[in-house]
Design a protein around this ligand. Structure first.
Ligand SMILES: C[S@@+](CC[C@H](N)C(=O)[O-])C[C@H]1O[C@@H](n2cnc3c(N)ncnc32)[C@H](O)[C@@H]1O
Length: 329
């Protein structure tokens, strides 16, 4: 049985895309990112009409996303335990996090391009994110947080696993350009309670591990100032993702420990966009990551059928807890 995106959802996606279509395009051609940085990013508006083939309905039923009993925490103890068990291996580029290490330059390319375009920064400058307050939610050992700090961002990085935070802090402390990262073992919802807010909220490869993805999106949104940016990456719940990201990566190639990803917990691009939209974040751009087995490299692509990343903007009408707002020059 094919699982289709209901018509009403497609309409919601299209209308969301057209309502916010202009926001991500900064009208300053001199600051447009070079093709080399972001070769084939796609406008979000085209997603609704070119959705990847949908997989069979996941076992947890059609109430996903956002359905189910509300949880008070994004923590899924079983998922957190999986990461605690391999925390020591974060900086082993041939260990279980090898795929993330390999993907990192490509993820950073998307982040640099979208944030520079949105915040009107020069992507060629040595510190293009200087002055921006950025949070990395579910930072693991800090493999993304560190390059963000090197790009000049003031980085706060949080993770639910204490061991991850200890390893990340020790690693960052060895380099003066990353020693200023504020690491903390906590969750997004805890920081929301503390009324912390950021210009950009980034959470890569985490949403598929949380207890309730919609509530997680709401927490991410609450952490962003009005007009702030949000970047989320994850794995599509498609048959191709099942075959490659789960069967091949975990069971054939042994890239990841078996059971790292549960197919039913994966989130499709449409679901992610709708959850973010419900949380007042309008998705403006999306790109896929594709792996080239010949050279072992990842690149950005229009193909969002397996790994993908989304950039969104928090609607300006959304009340801020401290009156802050994203600083667009
Ligand atoms: C696949 S790793 C991704 C790490 C990092 N974002 C990256 O891409 O390099 C997922 C991380 O999310 C963390 N995590 C899982 N659930 C979380 C939650 N509810 N709140 C914060 N962190 C969480 C895990 O401990 C783990 O470090």
């Amino acid at each position: 049985m094919l699982r289709r995106v209901p018509h009403s959802l497609r309409r919601a996606l299209v209308s969301s895309a057209s309502t916010h279509h202009g926001r991500a395009q900064i009208p300053n051609p001199s600051h447009s990112p070079p093709q080399a940085l972001l070769p084939q990013w796609r406008r979000y508006a085209s997603i609704a009409s070119s959705a990847p083939p949908q997989p069979p309905s996941p076992p947890r039923g059609p109430s996903r996303p956002g359905g189910g009993a509300p949880s008070v925490s994004s923590l899924n103890p079983a998922e957190v335990a999986k990461f605690a068990a391999i925390a020591e291996t974060w900086w082993d580029s041939n260990g279980p996090f090898k795929p993330l290490h390999l993907m990192n330059p490509t993820r950073l390319s998307f982040i640099r391009s979208t944030l520079c375009r949105y915040f009107r920064r020069d992507p060629y400058s040595s510190k293009p994110l200087k002055g921006l307050k950025v949070i990395d939610v579910g930072c693991g050992g800090g493999i993304l947080s560190e390059p963000l700090a090197r790009m000049g961002a003031t980085v706060t990085a949080i993770d639910a696993v204490d061991k991850n935070i200890k390893i990340a802090s020790i690693h960052a402390a060895s380099d003066p350009t990353t020693a200023s990262i504020e690491y903390c073992c906590t969750t997004a919802e805890e920081l929301v309670k503390e009324k912390r807010m950021f210009d950009a909220v980034i959470s890569l490869e985490v949403i598929e591990h949380v207890a309730n993805p919609l509530e997680f999106c709401e927490s991410l949104s609450a952490l962003a100032v009005p007009n702030g940016a949000t970047v989320v990456s994850t794995i599509n719940r498609s048959m191709r993702a099942y075959a490659t990201a789960i069967v091949a990566a975990e069971y054939i190639l042994g890239w990841l420990p078996k059971g790292t990803h549960e197919w039913s917990k994966l989130v499709t691009p449409e679901e992610l966009a709708l959850m973010l939209q419900k949380a007042s974040v309008s998705v403006e751009e999306m790109a896929g990551f594709v792996y080239n087995p010949l050279n072992g490299e990842w690149s950005l692509s229009d193909d969002i059928s397996v790994n993908y990343i989304a950039f969104g903007v928090k609607k300006s009408g959304t009340p801020s807890t401290d009156g802050a707002e994203a600083r667009l020059p």
